[in-house]
Design a protein around this ligand. Structure first.
Ligand code: FRU
Length: 483
C-alpha cells in the first residue's frame, strides 16, 4: 500500500482511541502536529495544511495534514495530502505554503532528505530542496514531475543546503516570488528571495535579510507581506546551536520596514515580538476573504515533558485562533478573527464592578472567553485560571511596575514578567480552552499550553484594593465544530 493510503487508513482505524481535544482550537485528528502550512483562501474555502506525523505523538515521519473551513474556525478534517514518498522528500515533507495559479491551488514545500534516517543526523549529508505540488479536488496532492524546483544548485556558494527550507510563495504583478530560510556562510540565518514566472523555473534574486552574526540566530518559516503602507517580515527564531541561550527559543518576531525588490534588500525600521507567551512558533499568514491579513500559529511544545498526557490523548499539537494583524504606529496589534463573535454565548456581564478579593468568573467548563475593560488600573489585578488546590496559571497586572507577570505551576512551568504599558485604557481578553489559553492585552498576544490532566476548572479574577472594572463579560464559546 502506498504511504498516503496507509496514513489515511491508519487515521480511520485509530481515531476513536484519541480524546481530550480542544473545543474550539484546531488540533490534528491523531498523532503529532507542528507548523501550519499552506494557509490560504481558495475556491470560497479556507485551507489549513500542517506538519503532520500520523503514527506517533512526537515529531517523526512528516506528512502534510489538511483541513478546510468556511470561516477559519469550524474546520473539517480532510485526507492527508502528502506523504514523504519521493526521492526529493523521502525523509519528510517539511513546511511550505500555498498559492493559486490559473484556478488551481499549488503547494510549495521543502523536501528533506537524510540518508541517516532514524540515526544521528550528519549535517553534511542532509539536503533540503524545494518542491511543488498541485492540490486536486479528490483530496491528494500531485507532486510535480520536475521536483525539486529549487535545489542546491540554485543556492549561491557557501550557503548551507542542509538548512534551506520553508518556502513562502506570493505573487506580485505577473511574477511569483518566494522567501526561504537558509543558513549563510557565517552559519547564521538569512532570508533568500527567489523569482519565477510559472512556479516551476525559479531564479535567485538575493539575500534580503540577515542580522549581525553575534546574534547567533537562525530563522525558520519566513513570511513576507504588505500591511498598510509597510512591508512586514515574520521570522520564527531559533538559536544557531543548542549552546546558545534558551531565551531565543520559541521566539517569533515581526520586522516592519520596506522591501526594495530592485536592490533585493529588506530595510528594517523596527521589530517586535508577535507573541509574549511560552508556546508559540512557526506562524503563517494569509489574506482572508475581506482582505485582512490573518495569522495562525502553532501552540508549540518540542519537549517530551507532557508525554504521559499526550500519549493518553493520542494527539499532540494545537493551533492558535486565527488572528487579524494590524499596524499601529509601526507596532503589530493582534485580535482573534471577528468570526469568533458569532460563537459567543454571554453568561454574565457587569459594568462598574468594584473588585474586593476573589471573583469566580465561570463554572466548570473550559470553553470560555473573558473580556475586561479597565479605564485606569490602580491596583494589582490577577486573572487566575485552571485553579485547583495547589496549581494555577495566572496573569498578574501590576500598574506600579508596568508589567504582566505570567506564572504556571503546571508541567510547562512559566515564570516571567513582560513589560506592558498598563497606564492607558486596558482591553484584556482571555480565551480558555481544554489545554490552551490565549491572552490579549491591548493587541499584545500571549499563548500558553497546558496538557495536564489534573487541571482545575475554576477561573477567577482577583484584586484586593477595590479596583474598578468598567466592563466585564464572560461568554461561553458555543457551536464550534472541528471534526
Ligand atoms: C519549524 C520547522 C521548520 C521545518 C519543520 C519540520 O517548526 O523546524 O523549519 O520545515 O519544522 O517539521
Amino acid at each position: 500500500m502506498d504511504k498516503l493510503t496507509s496514513a489515511n487508513k491508519y487515521i480511520k482505524e485509530n481515531l476513536e482511541k484519541t480524546g481530550s481535544k480542544p473545543l474550539y482550537h484546531f488540533a490534528p485528528p491523531i498523532g503529532w502536529m507542528n507548523d501550519p502550512n499552506g494557509f490560504s483562501y481558495f475556491n470560497d474555502e479556507y485551507h489549513l495544511f500542517y506538519q503532520f506525523g500520523p503514527y506517533d505523538i512526537f515529531w517523526k515521519d512528516i506528512h502534510w495534514g489538511h483541513a478546510v473551513a468556511d470561516d477559519m474556525l469550524n474546520w473539517r478534517h480532510m485526507p492527508v495530502v502528502m506523504a514523504p514518498d519521493t526521492i526529493a522528500d523521502i525523509s519528510g515533507c517539511f513546511s511550505g505554503s500555498a498559492i493559486e495559479k490559473d484556478g488551481e491551488l499549488y503547494l510549495m514545500y521543502t523536501g528533506h532528505t537524510d540518508p541517516n534516517m532514524g540515526f544521528e543526523p550528519v549535517e553534511s549529508e542532509i539536503i533540503q530542496r524545494q518542491c511543488l505540488g498541485r492540490y486536486s479536488e479528490d483530496g491528494a496532492v500531485e507532486k510535480c514531475f520536475s521536483n525539486p524546483v529549487i535545489d542546491e544548485d540554485d543556492l549561491p556558494d557557501n550557503y548551507c543546503r542542509y538548512d534551506f527550507r520553508d518556502p513562502k510563495v506570493f505573487r506580485l504583478g505577473e511574477k511569483y516570488y518566494c522567501v526561504l530560510a537558509v543558513r549563510n556562510e557565517e552559519k547564521r540565518g538569512s532570508i533568500l528571495l527567489y523569482k519565477s514566472d510559472d512556479l516551476v523555473e525559479w531564479s535567485f534574486v538575493g539575500d534580503i535579510y540577515r542580522r549581525d552574526a553575534t546574534d547567533n540566530t537562525m530563522f525558520e518559516c519566513p513570511d513576507l507581506f504588505r500591511l498598510g503602507d509597510k512591508d512586514v517580515l515574520v521570522l520564527s527564531i531559533m538559536p544557531c546551536s543548542s549552546e546558545y541561550s534558551d531565551e531565543i527559543k520559541n521566539r517569533v518576531e515581526y520586522v516592519v520596514g520596506r522591501m526594495d525588490y530592485e536592490e533585493s534588500q529588506f530595510h528594517e525600521e523596527n521589530r517586535g515580538l508577535l507573541d509574549y507567551g511560552s508556546n508559540y512558533y512557526a506562524p503563517q499568514t494569509t489574506l482572508d476573504k475581506n482582505g485582512n491579513r490573518v495569522i495562525i500559529g502553532w501552540i508549540c511544545d518540542w519537549s517530551k515533558a507532557n508525554e504521559e498526557f499526550v500519549r493518553n490523548y493520542g494527539y499532540n499539537g494545537i493551533m492558535t485562533l486565527p488572528r487579524v494583524m494590524e499596524l499601529d504606529s509601526g507596532r503589530i496589534v493582534l485580535k482573534p478573527v471577528a468570526e469568533m463573535k458569532e460563537h459567543e454565548l454571554l453568561l454574565r456581564k457587569g459594568n462598574s464592578l468594584k473588585l474586593e478579593g476573589n471573583v469566580l468568573l465561570a463554572g466548570d467548563e473550559v470553553n470560555k472567553h473573558i473580556s475586561l475593560k479597565i479605564s485606569r488600573l490602580t491596583e494589582i489585578l490577577s486573572i487566575i485560571l485552571f485553579k485547583n488546590e495547589t496549581k494555577r496559571l495566572s496573569f498578574t497586572f501590576d500598574p506600579y511596575v508596568n508589567s504582566v507577570k505570567l506564572n504556571s505551576d503546571y508541567t510547562i512551568k512559566v515564570d516571567k514578567s513582560v513589560p506592558c504599558d498598563l497606564s492607558c485604557l486596558l482591553n484584556i481578553e482571555v480565551f480558555v480552552d481544554m489545554h490552551c489559553v490565549e491572552l490579549y492585552v491591548n493587541g499584545m498576544a500571549f499563548t500558553f499550553l497546558c496538557y495536564d490532566k489534573d487541571k482545575g476548572q475554576e477561573n477567577y479574577i482577583f484584586s484586593e484594593g477595590g479596583q474598578l472594572i468598567d466592563e466585564m463579560a464572560v461568554s461561553e464559546i458555543v457551536n464550534v465544530s472541528i471534526h
